[in-house]
Write a protein of this length. Structure first.
Length: 114
């Protein structure tokens, strides 16, 4: 059985459509979440500064679960689609997944992702 991983890309919202288009042919399921990036190294939008959260940048997180051997290819697709060459383009990270279960059928592993 192949190991499963989750690939997470945190990208600029303005390139999100391009990232999703790059991934659609390669990945059966994608999750997209709107997020606020905070902290050191974040190049905040000037309009997004408040006393409660500090400076933040509106970003999007794209997530998918895949076989481990596909993670490098998926990472490269995200990087190619999201790169603008400006600070704040985002990051891609890969995380181990212990198990995936499809709720409707009870199938597990790679079969659950189909």
């Amino acid at each position: 059985m192949s190991s499963l991983v989750e690939v997470r890309g945190i990208v600029r919202r303005e390139v999100l459509d391009r990232v999703v288009q790059h991934l659609e042919a390669a990945v059966p399921r994608i999750t997209v979440t709107r997020i606020h990036a905070l902290g050191t190294g974040v190049h905040a939008d000037p309009a997004n500064v408040n006393l409660e959260e500090g400076a933040y940048r509106n970003m999007a997180m794209v997530q998918c679960i895949c076989a481990g051997e596909r993670s490098a290819m998926i990472t490269e697709l995200i990087v190619q689609a999201a790169r603008t060459g400006k600070p704040g383009d985002g990051i891609v990270s890969v995380h181990p997944v212990q198990q995936v279960t499809k709720i409707r059928t009870g199938e597990t592993g790679l079969v659950a992702l189909a």
